[in-house]
Write a protein that binds this ligand. Structure first.
Ligand code: NG6
Ligand code: CA
Length: 506
């Protein structure tokens, strides 16, 4: 009798702890260079993104949601580790470089794994591969995503504009012919092959700055590449490839709890929409690839719905940094923009310390659990690790993250009070409605991408409550506030302060 009672008791306990709702699936959809004004539910631009809007309007649309940095690799580092990127001197834009996450570091996928999840990444990685120098693409590439928490990976190593232009699945280059090994370099050895500088007649897309080395599929790239012909991706098919690989992965794991990091390449350069999206936006390739990405997100949503798992899946949509128009190719992004405003009502863009560098579309969705809401709480991608950990009942915590599980998933609670943002190794500080940008005696406007970087000889101080576009510098009229901001900012930066000095113009 007693044994029967105990059995019943433990069955009861087990059924509580294995409550399906406490192990929701998670699909983290991450775009590359998508701006605050690029999503139509934000009602700031004129481009239509109906599939993202459907998710945004059914979930929480954050108006103060931040990437941690105004460029890719640092933001992704913070997203994965919950650590500010300026604490890690390796967390800079990667060009063929090594993995910037230490294998011993806690990561978002590791946390999910520790709670019994299947973990996969499909799409752009840009966190580096291998260690101790040049990467050999002709044998197993390690460490990489599989060594920092992902059971499965199908990735583009860095960016679409960098060599090697191949996919890597679980550490191996896909379709690599051993008789045609890959060699790459980012210096001056063109291997005697055509290049963007030597052979403009071979180009289907012209380079504006940088991007003048190997020509692959008519597009000039960053770096030279020899060999690997059969393994080269088709640029126009990349969006389909990623969504198909994402679905293939979900087909394998959908009956278990899973975490999928679905990392889209759009609208980063080179913008190469599939022909069925060409002309779809009326804004040239930049608008067209956003339409394409929006379609992919709709496909993901439909997949979850058709497979009966939408209700038990949290969807997150965000971007790694703010928007840029001309990021190195002539692709009509400027000429065909019309009255669309990728940065919305924010100042700056990619590479900038002004708001548009890091404030991005930020959406959480959980059918039947999250109530539709527009939230102006301050939230950041650094907080995902702690927030998911708390939601799942894990003890794991990161260095700099805050547990915002209530704000993200329960329509309640307060967001962050303060946040240090980063842009190409410079930093600035937001606290409540105030933003303080310390002096950087550097060029004010990026000469090639034409974006205001947030550099000034003097401190800049803005109150976003009535000056979201950061037009009125209050540092002279409000010295007490300035002092308070500087003091708290320096306290957070502590000994890592020195690292945040140098500007790198990309
Ligand atoms: C820069 C590239 C830019 C883009 C960026 C990375 C040049 C001149 N510019 O170095 O086109 O690739 O790196 O963007 O090469 S990110 O979104 O991945 O950070
Ligand atoms: Ca980016």
């Amino acid at each position: 009798m007693k044994a029967k009672f105990l059995l019943l008791f433990f069955t009861f306990l087990f059924s509580c702890s294995s409550d399906k709702n406490m192990q929701p699936n998670v699909v983290l959809i991450y775009l590359d260079d998508l701006g605050y004004g690029d999503v139509s539910s934000y009602q700031l631009g004129t481009l239509e993104t109906p599939n993202i809007d459907k998710i945004a309007n059914g979930g929480i649309r954050f108006t103060n949601g931040y990437a941690s940095s105004a460029t890719c690799s640092p933001s992704r580092y913070a997203l994965m580790t919950g650590t500010y990127p300026w604490r890690n001197k390796k967390a800079k834009i990667i060009t063929g470089g090594n993995l910037i996450i230490d294998e011993s570091e806690m990561t978002l996928p590791k946390m999910f794994k520790s709670m019994g999840y299947q973990t996969g990444v499909v799409g752009k990685w840009h966190l580096g591969l291998g260690k101790d120098g040049p990467i050999d693409y002709n044998s197993l590439i390690s460490p990489g995503p599989n060594e920092v928490g992902f059971d499965h990976s199908f990735i583009m190593a860095d960016t679409q504009d960098r060599v090697p232009t191949v996919y890597i699945e679980n550490g191996n280059v896909v379709n690599l012919d051993p008789n045609d090994p890959i060699e790459i370099n980012f210096d001056d050895n063109d291997y005697g092959l055509p290049s963007g500088t030597k052979n403009p007649e071979m180009l289907t897309m012209r380079w504006h700055h940088g991007h003048n080395k190997a020509i692959i599929n008519g597009v000039p790239r960053i770096g030279y590449m020899k060999g690997g012909d059969k393994a080269k991706w088709s640029d126009i098919d990349m969006a389909d490839e990623f969504i198909n690989k994402a679905k293939d992965y979900l087909n394998k794991v959908k009956d278990k709890p899973f975490f999928l990091f679905y990392s889209l390449q759009q609208p980063h350069v080179p913008r190469t929409p599939h022909p069925r999206f060409v002309g779809s936006s009326g804004m040239g390739p930049r608008g067209d690839v956003i339409k394409e990405a929006d379609w992919c997100i709709g496909e993901m949503y439909n997949y979850l719905e058709e497979n009966g798992i939408l209700e038990n899946t949290i969807i997150i949509i965000s971007s790694d940094n703010g928007p840029v128009l001309n990021d190195g190719y002539y692709d009509d992004a400027v000429e065909k923009l019309g009255d669309h405003t990728p940065a919305g009502n924010l100042r700056g863009g990619k590479y900038s310390l002004f708001e548009a560098g890091t404030r991005v579309p930020f959406i959480t969705y959980w059918k039947g659990k999250i109530k539709p809401e527009i939230s102006d709480e301050i939230v950041t991608q650094i907080d995902f690790l702690n927030s998911f950990s708390s939601l799942l009942g894990s003890e794991i915590k990161s260095n700099d993250g805050v547990d915002l599980s209530s704000v993200f998933f329960k329509n309640k609670g307060k967001g962050r009070e303060e946040l240090v943002i980063e842009a190409t190794s410079r930093t600035a500080f937001r606290k409540n409605d105030w933003v303080m940008i310390p002096p950087y005696d550097l060029i004010a406007v990026h000469p090639r991408v034409n974006i205001e970087l947030g550099n000034s000889k003097d401190h800049l101080l803005f109150n976003l409550e009535n000056d979201i576009s950061q037009q009125n510098n209050l540092s002279k009229s409000n010295p007490d506030k300035l002092k308070e901001m500087i003091s708290r900012y320096q306290e957070i930066l502590g000994s890592d302060k020195k690292k945040a000095k140098k500007l790198e113009l990309e």
